[in-house]
Design a binder for this molecule. Sequence first.
Ligand code: GLY
Ligand code: MN
Ligand code: MN
Length: 423
Amino acid sequence: MIAALLRILLILLPLTTATALARDTDYYKQRRDRLLSMLDRREAALIPGAWEKELETFRQSNNFYYFTGIEQPNLLLLIAPAARSREVLFLPAHNLEDGSMSEAWTGSKLGPGSATEQATGIAKAAEKGTFETAFAALAGELDRLYFDCVPAGIGGPKSGAQVLLETIHGRYPHIRILPLSRLTDSLRILKDSVEIATIARAVDITGQALVEAIGAVEAGMFEYEVEAMIEYGFSRRGSQRPGFPSIAGSGPNTVTLHYNENRRRMEPGELLLMDVGAELDYYTADITRTVPVDGRFTDRQRQVYETVLAAQQAAIEVVKPGVTLREVHAAASAVIADAGFGKYFIHYTSHYLGMDVHDAGSRDEKLRPGMVITVEPGIYIPEETLGVRIEDDVLVTENGSRVLSRDVPGTVGEIEKLMRSGR
Ligand code: GLY
Ligand code: MN
Ligand code: MN
């Protein structure tokens, strides 16, 4: 009897609690329609979602989320002008069996059929097992396939997307396979008002968590304590996860650009460099602050810090529609070179920011309103174990720019004051 009731419950489960989208279905539909309009009749785009891994928290792949808003593993989206419905979402059939991948264990899922078509706004929701037949029917009409494949690590196991790519390539050698980014970069580089509001909120969360952590930093603490404080600050404000591994590097670790072991004990007189970003609804912030562990910059630290800050301000002043990231970098580099630190500025000043921390976009692109970039000069002097980076997130506006992270203390005076208040 109980078994029979459980079975009925399992059958009803997908109908009652199917995944809802974060935005209305039109929001994503417009994006798919734009992608569709970029394809000619002999082209198609195939976008695999992220695969499910047991005992790992699921995160959808960025492009799949961008075009669907669906957070569910093992899906496949086909966009093809030559297909009857133009867009097809392929989903696994409902798994109502007992077992670790069943919906009873992992939550109810969208399945093939009209309920999913209504819930997602995607014209056709088909069973995943039908993909091969559907693609075979189309393949003869295709010259090019844009495919979104994030490669697995060298020597690592192949991702489901890679296997799919190799299968298609082996079976249909006449179809040229091109990276989907050729089409999506130009869409994702411009942020709409919803995306800008989301990034701005991720920036606020990051800034508030940083302020709390900076106020609590003192010599003798471990870098991982700083990391934990910052990430707790993210979580308690609703961020789902950090957008990239948090960097809390002290003393000699300040000169290692992407140091993220965060295991060292911080000594008096050292600097601490924190490069962190909360992710919110698939968009990340990316902010760096460098502070003296015991609350006061030494004269040398201050000299280097003021140079980086001046370089950052010079670079931010350049940001406006029509300029390129190269010009932004040149402005920062000139200030650092004039101060005699040229050889210690070893990376680029800016990158685009969005769903990926290093978001799509070229350095030669002319900035337009709606783009979001970082401005993050740094000076790294290994022989003095002294590194300073200051990083803010900047929205390009009609008339210039808006520093989204402007409320996060950044001058020597502001940082020292904040650290005194925490003591
Ligand atoms: N957090 C990585 C970067 O600043 O580029
Ligand atoms: Mn950055
Ligand atoms: Mn950063």
